[in-house]
Design a protein around this ligand. Structure first.
Ligand code: HEM
Length: 528
């Protein structure tokens, strides 16, 4: 039997070491390069996905809106970018936003099953994490019943009371304006109490109440873990299989939400069972309709939690941005004070009824929302069917991003868009909810609450809260930066919901009636 020896192969047929090396490199590149370089995707008719940057990204962690703004200038109002294997399409033009998210809302209203937010923390629940399906419709419609303009009118007394308490706590803790304050916990407790009242019929009675810290911490942790661009773990699947710190934080947050809000649901249930009076609130509605609506315990917790997750950090963030901005705009502050003195006078607080007569205050609030929208990328939607828009292909499963930063700095819509200028909203009498429905999309005030079928269901209550807090802050105080401590307006905290870096502000009461009015409002402790 003859044996085959390498030596028998003609020398010309034996690959050289260089050729082997080249083959290995080419094979490696064949498999590795696509992991880093975008690929074109076309439909059967040859339509390509929108243009976009050459590379794929694992995350865009710090200030992603700045990258989106640059790319929008380079690639146009509809561009695409790959995060790992996930295709993102970014909308930076008002008409495109309307055409896709509103007119074609049946196709562009789902949510991607992000690993951190949707799968780990909220487990597909809490409205915001549900795909566009019957569960989402059912849960959203339950929540909406508590958030209609009529329902909000019913909470007016509570919201006004909490606005009094906000002013009272600031005045007290600043020793009538002699000490500077960091507004973080005050704005946070104001928004938290409003949401606790609507969700559980309860409130916290001081900034040191044991619920304030965990509730604000969970809201902050949620914002930090759920940035739509910030987590490599969302886009690189193998990272999801190993026990990383991110994964543990996500799981812990899920467990904490169930523990804290589950205990509160249990408390409401026990009180109802004992025949005690429980004010009308989300938890009561959920418990009473649990069987009929076929909700399990986790649905209850997550639905109750989403009001504080969605409604605290956002509203409190805008109040903090307002207090950060206004001291460096003394002319704007003076005009607001003049309007309040003229319309409301100095003997009483501004109330919700005054809103229509305070156009400049309304304009300030809209302008703060424009220049400091808490969510520069709103909450991304996801397409549930293939779609071709103006010759560009958007495959099913694409993450659709509303690029609010670019929309809010569109020079055609907002002249000198990087300047804080409330005057641009003078003459705009519409609420944010009304403005979201205007026929000419170039006249919409801003995109802070998102767009289409997923638009924020809490916008009526948020608008009322913001009006009461901001009009009363302006009515009560003159606001100043501390000498040598300018407040930073460019940097911020939060990978999803943005809040200013910690700062202190000096709040000087404008007149004696501030003191006498707050003395009339006592902090109320509710039995819970
Ligand atoms: C100034 C305060 C607020 C801002 C800026 C804000 C902003 C947003 C944005 C941008 C979205 C995503 C919209 C979209 O997908 O197109 C959203 C969704 C949502 N918001 Fe708000 N929000 C605020 C207050 C509230 C409040 C007070 C509540 C609850 C009472 C709330 C509950 C929700 C819920 C449940 C969703 C998910 C809706 C869905 O997926 O169908 N938000 N919000």
């Amino acid at each position: 039997m003859s044996r085959f020896l390498i030596a028998d192969i003609p020398a010309t047929l034996i690959p050289s070491a260089n050729a082997i090396l080249a083959a290995v490199v080419i094979t490696a590149l064949y498999f590795i390069v696509p992991l880093f370089i975008r690929r074109n995707i076309t439909d059967a008719k040859g339509h390509s996905i929108p243009p976009g940057p050459l590379f794929r990204y694992a995350f865009l962690r710090k200030y992603p809106e700045r990258a989106l703004y640059k790319w929008a200038q380079q690639y146009g109002p509809l561009f695409s970018v790959f995060m790992g294997n996930q295709l993102f399409v970014v909308i930076s033009d008002p008409q495109v936003a309307k055409d896709l998210l509103v007119t074609n809302g049946a196709i562009f209203s789902s949510r991607k099953r992000y690993f951190m937010k949707n799968q780990t923390i909220l487990r597909g629940r809490a409205i915001t994490a549900s795909e566009y399906d019957d569960t989402w419709r059912q849960h959203r419609s339950i929540a909406m019943k508590l958030l209609t303009p009529k329902a909000v009118a019913g909470y007016n007394e509570v919201l006004e009371y909490e606005a009094d308490i906000l002013i009272r706590s600031l005045l007290k803790d600043s020793r009538n304006g002699t000490l500077p304050v960091n507004p973080h916990n005050y704005a946070g407790r104001y928004a938290l109490n409003n949401m606790l009242t609507i969700s559980f019929g309860t409130r916290t009675d001081s900034t040191t109440d044991p619920l304030v810290e965990p509730a604000l911490h969970m809201a902050m942790e949620f914002m930090d873990l759920t940035g739509p661009w910030s987590n490599a773990i969302d886009f690189i699947e193998p990272l999801q299989w190993i026990p990383t710190q991110m994964r543990s934080r996500g799981r812990k947050l899920h467990d904490d939400l169930i523990k804290v809000y589950g205990a509160m649901i249990t408390r409401v249930r026990a009180r109802l069972a004992a025949g005690e009076h429980v004010p009308d609130c989300l938890a009561k509605t959920l418990i009473e309709t649990q069987k009929e609506e076929n909700l399990d315990e986790e649905d209850l917790c997550m639905l109750a939690a989403v009001f504080t997750l969605g409604g605290v950090h956002s509203t409190a963030g805008i109040i903090q941005w307002f207090l950060a901005l206004i001291p460096s705009h003394p002319d704007i502050q003076a005009r607001a004070h003049e309007e309040l003195d003229r319309v409301v006078g100095r003997d009483r607080w501004p109330t919700a009824d005054d809103e229509k007569n305070l156009p400049y205050i309304r304009a300030i609030i809209k302008e703060v929302q424009r220049v400091h929208a808490p969510f520069w990328m709103a909450t991304p939607h996801c397409s549930s069917e293939d779609f071709v828009y103006q010759g560009q292909y958007i495959p099913k499963g694409t993450v659709m991003v509303l690029n609010c930063f670019s929309l809010h700095h569109n020079e055609q819509r907002y002249n000198d868009s990087f300047t804080f200028n409330p005057d641009r909203y003078m003459g705009d009498d519409l609420s944010c909810a009304e403005s979201a429905k205007v026929a000419n999309v170039m006249e919409r005030d801003h995109w802070t609450f998102g767009a289409g079928r997923r638009i924020c269901p809490g916008l009526h209550v948020a608008e009322r809260e913001l009006f009461l807090a901001i009009s009363r802050l302006l009515w009560s105080f003159s606001m100043y930066e501390l000498p040598g401590q300018p407040i930073c307006l460019d940097e911020y905290e939060g990978l999803s919901g943005r809040t200013p870096l910690p700062y202190k502000v000096s709040l000087i009461p404008r007149h004696d009636n501030v003191l006498s009015l707050v003395e009339q409002s006592k902090e109320m402790t509710l039995e819970f």
